[in-house]
Design a protein around this ligand. Structure first.
Ligand SMILES: [Zn+2]
Length: 378
């Protein structure tokens, strides 16, 4: 006989029996199964339906939020961010996130919103928002909030503009919280490992760019191109068309560095050292002076383009459909660095020697592939 018990319920045991091909609840009275009263049935239904809301969440996350007053005081507002991030993390890496959340301190400085904008002098712009791994503190800078309020005044919908940018920054830092840990005097954030023994362990540019991609995915902003890590975002998106997002998400949240990604690139060219060098160049480019000429970015783009061409070659040989191949090419094209992008960002274009050459190579490759696909017998 099928039965279940409800803690502290007026009936000891509820039985489920089939009557006229339908399942009904019964109770045992003097060794006979009898129907429940209306009140009893209501209680049973209430108990069985207690979790039926449109919200799905992890109990673990709920418990942590409830135990950390710094997070709990923001209630559902912050919870929705944390649930979103949790859904991205591979199961074997999620403990880092939970552990950091347990003791996370938040300095969101939202009280500054009520101060008049004009009374607030914005100091030399510091880091707008940051996460301090050592002390597990997430800060959104007061100046940053005031800056957003000021720019928002010119927007069509100032409230929406402000919260979009604030939430975006908060999401970026929360992704750092989810992907950072420290041990043995080492600080690991995403793909970045400090202090490093090998140069390929330092991947701050890659980490910031990828974090920003995740934050933009979660909270899109209108002026994404103005973001400090936009060039890194473009490079990483190119890379993701080649190796896919899974290996990147896995390496980022598991803090396993860039080796798995380099190995993935070896599917298209087996030179492992060359793949490591690509990541080193991405880091070099990230640290370069913004005004000094360099062709490092062009070299990075040419290298990723080379892997992309090898991937497409492989796809063609493996009989991947024309539509899918052309879709990859269109995806890739969206992420190329162009002069227009540099101009919008008001960047010193001398810094990016050689990017025209990359574009030329790309368009030549695209037209070759299209021609081959046209002439391919279907
Ligand atoms: Zn960051």
């Amino acid at each position: 006989m099928i039965y279940f018990e409800i803690p502290n319920f007026m009936i000891k045991r509820i039985y489920i029996v089939e009557e006229d091909s339908k399942l009904v609840y019964k109770k045992l009275v003097d060794n006979n199964l009898v129907s429940l009263t209306e009140d009893e049935l209501n209680e049973v239904n209430k108990y069985l339906k207690r979790n039926r809301s449109s919200k799905y969440y992890s109990e673990k996350l709920n418990t942590i939020i409830a135990s950390n007053p710094d997070i709990n005081c923001y209630g559902d507002y912050l919870k929705s961010f944390l649930e979103y991030i949790e859904s991205f993390i591979p199961p074997q890496a999620v403990d880092t996130f939970y552990q950091n959340l347990q003791t996370l301190k938040l300095e969101l400085n939202l009280d500054v919103i009520n101060e008049p904008i004009t009374d607030y002098s914005i100091a030399e712009r510091r880091d707008a928002a940051y996460y301090d791994i050592e002390n597990n503190v997430l800060t959104i800078d007061k100046d940053n909030i005031k800056q957003y309020q000021k720019i928002a005044q010119k927007a069509k919908n100032p409230q929406e503009f402000f919260w979009q940018n604030f939430n975006h920054d908060l999401m970026h830092e929360l992704f750092h919280v989810a992907s950072s840990k420290q041990f043995d005097n080492h600080f690991i954030c995403g793909f970045d490992y400090r202090p490093a023994t090998h140069s390929y362990e330092e991947n701050r540019g890659l980490t910031e760019g990828f974090t920003e991609i995740l934050a933009c995915y979660a909270v899109p902003i209108e002026n994404e191109f103005a973001c400090a890590y936009y060039i890194e975002e473009l490079i990483i998106n190119q890379l993701m068309v080649v190796i896919g997002p899974e290996v990147m998400l896995d390496s980022y949240f598991n803090n396993s560095g860039i080796k798995n990604m380099a190995e993935k690139l070896c599917e298209f060219d087996p030179d492992f050292e060359a793949a490591l060098n690509l990541f080193e160049l991405i880091e070099v480019n990230f640290n370069l002076d913004k005004d000094s000429p360099s062709n490092v970015l062009a070299q990075i783009e040419i290298t990723i383009l080379y892997y992309f061409e090898e991937k497409i070659e492989k796809d063609i040989l493996n009989g991947v459909s024309k539509d899918d191949i052309l879709k990859s090419i269109e995806d890739y094209k969206r992420f190329l660095v162009t002069r227009d992008i540099l101009n919008i960002r008001q960047e010193n274009t001398r810094k990016y020697d050689g990017i025209e050459g990359v574009l030329k190579n790309f368009y030549q490759f695209e037209s070759d592939v299209r021609e081959r696909l046209e002439s391919r017998k279907v």
